[in-house]
Design a binder for this molecule. Structure first.
Ligand SMILES: Cc1ncc(COP(=O)(O)O)c(C=O)c1O
Length: 433
């Protein structure tokens, strides 16, 4: 009698008072190991936690750990220059400064990305213009980007979302055709590949992130990469109070450059360098878990599982599922709600398309002004109205859900429980209408 009762509680949806499938929380996405700890302690014992000074000379490029990380980055990603920053957000701003993009200019980017992609543009007084995304890769739709080009366009920011490359062949062609630059926001796709080339190194400038929920982590941190010598120097100046450095740099003729303190600490660099050496291992672990999960979900009608475009190597920052409500027999939101109750946090749509945020709706980024959306010398008219990017809006509102269940150090055991919970929820879908 007792056993029967327990069974009933197990099979009842947690949302309706049953026992959740997940009894113990699964481990956080935390990838720092013994080697990172050893290196961090060495830095603490060695001395300087940062070796940057905002003046020309030997301290302009930072300390030995920072330089060592940058060197390792150039080797790993086969790129001429790597410039570390204290986050991908500041590195993205560095990219905008480096390319001389500012008031009166526009940058086209997808709205389905972390807000930092667009804020980096605004931070330098330029205007973000949003193009829709591709239905399958979730990266920028190049044809939509084409329709957004104006005389003000200076760059397209391609975001390699969820761990996969954007469609670079038409994107590079479009950029060439209009003489505009490509910035890659590669925060979510370290060591992903497009036709054998590392993402981040395909455009004019690429940016990586090491924040605490990325595959490669150092708490905070980022790196900007480029093959252009002039860009590398401008990025270094932007990172380290360039305006006070160029005075003492007799050989520099690159014009004024906005600088700030975007410098990485020695401690962060030491941790990031170990993480970089483990990046392929971490990506391989995540890819294996993705394969394991996809195999188990492939028979469920109504779920579109992660898609890999031909020629791409996907590194799965997250496991993304598209829900067809009619075929599945339950809405995305009810599914997410029921899965959360079973103990598995899932996102309801990832990111609200950025133009729907108040800042864009009210076109107010700097106190009570409408700069840079309306300003002297800028006669553009950016459109942030609902409906401009229908694919991104539909994915956000109705179809997309994602989980980080496939991130190391999570294991097949956690995935088995995730699948068990999903099957349980689907078996009870009639109760969730
Ligand atoms: C696509 C994208 N761009 C930029 C960032 C900003 O990265 P960071 O936290 O290193 O500033 C993130 C972080 O989540 C991101 O996902």
């Amino acid at each position: 009698m007792k056993r029967k009762k327990a069974h009933t509680s197990e099979s009842k949806l947690a949302l309706r008072g049953g026992t959740p499938v997940l009894k113990q929380p699964y481990p956080p996405v935390y990838t720092v190991g013994k080697r990172e700890i050893v290196e961090a302690i060495k830095v603490l014992k060695e001395g300087p936690l940062s070796d940057f000074l905002g003046v020309a000379g030997e301290y302009f490029l930072g300390g030995k750990r920072v330089r060592s990380l940058e060197h390792a980055f150039t080797k790993k990603f086969k790129v001429k220059h790597a410039v570390s920053f204290n986050s991908a957000t500041t590195a993205l701003h560095g990219a905008i400064v480096t390319l001389g993009i500012g008031p009166g200019d526009e940058v086209i980017l997808p709205p389905y990305t972390m807000s930092a992609s667009a804020m980096a543009v605004l931070m330098n007084g330029a205007v973000p213009v949003f193009a829709d995304i591709d239905e399958m890769t979730f990266c920028i739709d190049v044809e939509s980007a084409r329709t957004r080009i104006t005389k003000h366009t200076k760059a397209i920011m391609a975001v390699n979302l969820f761990g996969q490359a954007a469609d670079f062949e038409p994107l590079l062609a479009l950029a060439r055709e209009h003489n505009i630059k490509i910035i890659e926001d590669n925060a979510q796709a370290p060591a992903a590949k497009w036709r054998g080339r590392y993402t981040g190194t395909i455009g004019d400038i690429g940016v990586f992130s090491f924040n605490f929920h990325k595959t490669m982590q150092s708490g905070e941190g980022g790196v900007l990469v480029t093959n252009n010598d002039g860009y590398a120097l401008r990025a270094q100046l932007c990172r380290n109070h360039g305006e006070s450095v160029v005075d003492g740099m007799s050989a520099y003729d690159g014009g004024p450059v906005f600088g700030s303190n975007y410098r990485m600490t020695e401690l962060t660099a030491a941790i990031a360098e170990v993480q970089l050496s483990r990046l392929d291992f971490l990506n391989a672990k995540n890819q294996a878990l993705v394969r394991y999960l996809s195999k188990q979900l492939s028979a469920i009608p109504g779920l579109t599982l992660p898609y890999v475009a031909s020629g791409n190597k996907h590194v799965y920052f997250a496991y993304v599922i598209k829900v067809d409500e009619k075929k599945l027999g339950i809405s995305r939101d009810r599914l997410v709600e029921a899965m959360r109750a079973e103990g598995f946090p899932m996102s309801r749509g990832y990111q609200k398309p950025l133009y729907l945020y108040k800042l864009f709706q009210e076109q107010q980024a700097f106190n009570n002004t409408h700069f840079p959306f309306k300003s002297e010398g800028y006669d553009g008219a950016p459109d942030y109205s609902k409906g401009i990017c229908p694919v991104a809006e539909r994915l956000y509102e109705k179809e997309l859900t994602m989980t980080q269940i496939c991130q190391h150090p999570r294991t097949k055991k956690h995935i088995d429980l995730f699948v068990q919970a999903l099957k349980k929820v689907l078996a009870h879908k009639n109760e969730l209408q």
